[in-house]
Design a protein. Structure first.
Length: 199
């Protein structure tokens, strides 16, 4: 995201051709590096053992719960602050305006879930607070809420609750791939909606 932001700041035109390909490669290399580090730290298995019916149901339930939380809190934000959407959504909409759909999807639906789950779920629960997972769940969820440009208690609560859903899925299954999939599906829905609205 930092590399993408720098590229946007330096360029007045949307990325196309070689620039677009270079940014996609840059994002993929970043994902690979973070996943490699997570694998070295034993935070992710990268095997297929997470593909079970039980985990599939947790992914489905978690995704539905995230969409319910997002819908309810968006309505509350509209009611109490008069904003159409959260500050985080406003930043994402302006930042990705005019961005190639493939790059938008890659950043929002693939890179963000993988990297954020490694940091906020595996990092907090599986590494920093391995002996105190409840503390890791609480702090990881709170930090997740804070980094999503929360400008008031409603917006903080929205993202902290979403973080909590993914933290509980990770804690319950001990499989980071489960929380990544919940996060991916949630963000994929948002990315597809953004792409559809920009067409």
């Amino acid at each position: 995201m930092v590399g993408f932001g720098v590229t946007l700041a330096l360029s007045s035109e949307p990325l196309t051709g070689f620039g677009l390909i270079a940014m996609i490669v840059f994002v993929l290399l970043n994902i690979a590096l973070v996943v490699w580090l997570a694998k070295k730290l034993k935070l992710i298995d990268l095997d297929m053992s997470w593909l079970t019916l039980k985990n599939g149901l947790i992914i489905l339930a978690g995704t539905i719960l995230l969409r319910v939380i997002a819908t309810v809190f968006t309505l509350l934000i509209q009611q109490f602050s008069g904003q159409e959407m959260s500050a985080n959504d406003q930043v994402i909409n302006s930042m990705f305006s005019g961005v190639h759909p493939l790059l938008l999807f890659l950043l929002i639906a693939v890179a963000a879930p993988i990297m954020e789950e490694i940091v906020f779920r595996a990092g907090f629960i599986g590494l920093l607070f391995k002996k105190m997972p409840v503390v890791g769940i609480i702090l990881g969820s709170a930090c997740f809420g804070l980094i999503h440009t929360a400008t008031d208690i409603l917006q903080f609560t929205l993202y902290a609750l979403m973080g909590l859903v993914m933290a509980l899925a990770y804690y319950k299954t001990k499989k980071l791939e489960v929380s990544i999939m919940i996060h991916f599906l949630n963000n994929a829905i948002a990315a597809i909606a953004m792409i559809a609205m920009s067409v």
